[in-house]
Design a protein around this ligand. Structure first.
Ligand SMILES: [Zn+2]
Ligand SMILES: [Zn+2]
Length: 414
């Protein structure tokens, strides 16, 4: 089954199920659950999958699940949705407004979840008719916002045996019916850095007999970002910005300790991997020059999501097939983080931006705001995209082997 046939199958499936999927999304929207507390959501998903004859495995904490559809020796493709909500109040006045105070699906994960439920039901039907040329692993991941859910899924073997993985995120800057794609990095890394300096302290009259801690701390504050800008490829946009500094209590006393905290943001995966060691070495050299002790506490966030070119090509082919010509638009790398990146450190794949803006509404929503909402036509479009992507990847995987996909360079999406 190819091209037009697939489109016809999807049309028929959605004519039958789209209304029900919208109702499913609204139910999730009314009952949002925070990271690692998505018990009800997990149960609702499991009920739908089981009713379609699938056999979901709930993760040990009781939140999040994965399941496989199809059989045989063909390739295995994974589709991932995240299922958690945010600690934000719902500020909308719609019938499906959140019923949980201070918790809201302001990042659209209710839409991602519904899209994958719909896709699962479609693929289950395809498998029953013998039309699935391989296996599709359906991953409903908890706790994307924490982040940490991706690591939990991986620890439970969620991507074992998977050749390629795909995910999507609502994008309120893209019109519904369109898909934003980009080869290479599409989100960014953000880590937290905390530095503590210490020395003997003493009278400001005699800095030469002690260690001038405030002066040394000031040097660290300015030298570290300056040295980083000369030691790292500027194209990686590695930036260290301080947010908090504290030291001392009296004008005429050199303090014996001080603290500086900031964030390290980065667009490039290699630079992100190298950042902690490089910053530590620079810190030791500056602190050593002024005779103070310095320790560093570096908290990793998520790496950037780096889209594999062959996988983006598959998403683009699928979008053309299932959403129509002209549905693919280029997108840019955002400074936000997304824990889908952790899967892509192990296996190839790609992450798409699903258009959720109503062209005629004129309202510009943003994610992580209490007013965020989507044009619900995006649910059906998401099902078309995900189902067609899984099938395209299975067809291509059969033809070439998972690692041999050869494509024309996608100049406009790089
Ligand atoms: Zn979010
Ligand atoms: Zn999100």
């Amino acid at each position: 089954m190819r091209g037009r046939e697939l489109r016809g199958e999807l049309d028929a499936f959605l004519a039958e199920t789209e209304q029900d999927l919208v109702a499913f999304r609204r139910d999730l929207h009314m009952h949002p659950e925070l990271a690692f507390a998505e018990y009800r959501t997990t149960q609702r998903i499991a009920e739908r999958l089981s009713a379609a004859g699938l056999h979901p495995t709930v993760l040990p904490r009781g939140t999040g699940l994965f399941c496989e559809v199809g059989s045989g020796d063909g390739p295995t493709v994974a589709l991932r949705a995240d299922i958690d909500a945010l600690a934000l109040s719902d500020e909308k006045s719609v019938p499906y407004r959140s019923t949980v105070p201070g918790v809201c699906h302001a990042c659209g994960h209710d839409v991602h979840t519904t899209v994958l439920v719909g896709t699962s039901l479609f693929l289950a039907r395809q498998a029953a008719e013998g039309l699935l040329p391989g296996r599709v692993r359906l991953i409903f991941q908890p706790a994307e916002e924490l982040p940490g859910g991706a690591l939990e899924v991986m620890a439970q073997g969620g991507i074992n045996g998977v050749d390629r993985i795909f995910g999507l995120h609502c994008d309120p800057r893209v019109d519904v019916g369109q898909v934003g794609l980009k080869v290479g990095p599409i989100t960014s890394a953000c880590d937290k850095l905390s530095i503590r300096v210490s020395g003997p302290g003493g009278h400001t009259a005699r800095p030469h007999l002690t260690a001038d801690l405030v002066f040394a701390l000031a040097k660290i504050l300015t030298e570290l970002p300056a040295a980083l800008s000369r030691r790292v490829d500027p194209r990686s946009s590695l930036s260290l910005v301080w947010g908090r500094v504290e030291s001392g209590s009296a004008a005429n006393a050199i303090p014996d300790d001080g603290i500086a905290e900031g964030t390290v943001r980065c667009l490039d995966e290699n630079a992100w991997h190298a950042a902690p060691d490089l910053i530590k070495a620079l810190l030791e050299s500056v602190a050593g020059a002024y005779g103070v002790e310095a320790t560093m506490d570096y908290t990793r966030g998520v790496p950037p999501v780096v889209n594999d070119e062959a996988s983006v090509q598959m998403l683009a082919e699928a979008a053309e097939r299932a959403l129509g010509t002209g549905s693919v638009v280029p997108t840019t790398q955002s400074l936000g983080g997304e824990d889908f990146a952790w899967y892509l450190e192990s296996i190839p794949g790609a992450f798409a931006r699903l258009g959720t803006r109503s062209p005629e509404s004129g309202v510009q929503y943003d994610i992580h705001q209490g007013t965020f909402d989507v044009d619900e036509a995006a649910i059906g479009q998401g099902v078309r995209l995900m189902a067609a992507t899984a099938l395209t990847a299975l067809w291509e995987g059969h033809r070439l082997g998972a690692d041999e996909h050869v494509t024309e360079p996608m100049a406009e999406l790089i």
